[in-house]
Ligand binder design. Structure first.
Ligand SMILES: [Zn+2]
Length: 125
């Protein structure tokens, strides 16, 4: 499946690793950075709208960037925490948390520039 990797900044033909139980998310493995990224289908579906995630535009002044925590997939984050994503040089705020099949923990982050992104957390390597 062709998918754009925002880490590698290019498109790859990615292997599908796992399909979520809700069937709205596919996990793809990027051959470039070996990272996993969710491929969301039906982004504007009814199911998605009724989810608890509320997308609100963020402004830099809304974020306490001085105390932002550096994002790393082995870290664990709390709701409302401000993070900095080094690869994207973008700041964001944790707006929701969820657990995927296989007990993979993720956080939804509202970034200033990237918008709403789902990232892994608590990965034990
Ligand atoms: Zn990549």
């Amino acid at each position: 499946m062709r998918q754009y990797c925002s880490v590698c900044k290019s498109e790859f033909d990615m292997e599908i690793i796992k399909q979520g139980s809700k069937e709205d998310v596919l996990w793809l493995k990027c051959p470039g950075c070996q990272g996993f990224l969710p491929h969301l289908r039906d982004e504007d579906s009814e199911a998605n709208k009724s989810s608890e995630i509320v997308e609100e535009p963020l402004a830099l002044e809304d974020l306490d960037v001085e105390n932002a925590k550096e994002y790393s997939e082995d870290q664990v984050f709390v709701l409302g925490e401000v993070i900095h994503h080094r690869s994207w040089n973008d700041y964001g705020k944790i707006i929701s948390k969820s657990t995927l099949p296989g007990n993979r923990k993720t956080v939804w982050v509202q970034f200033l520039r990237q918008g709403k992104v789902q990232l892994l957390e608590g990965v034990i390597s």
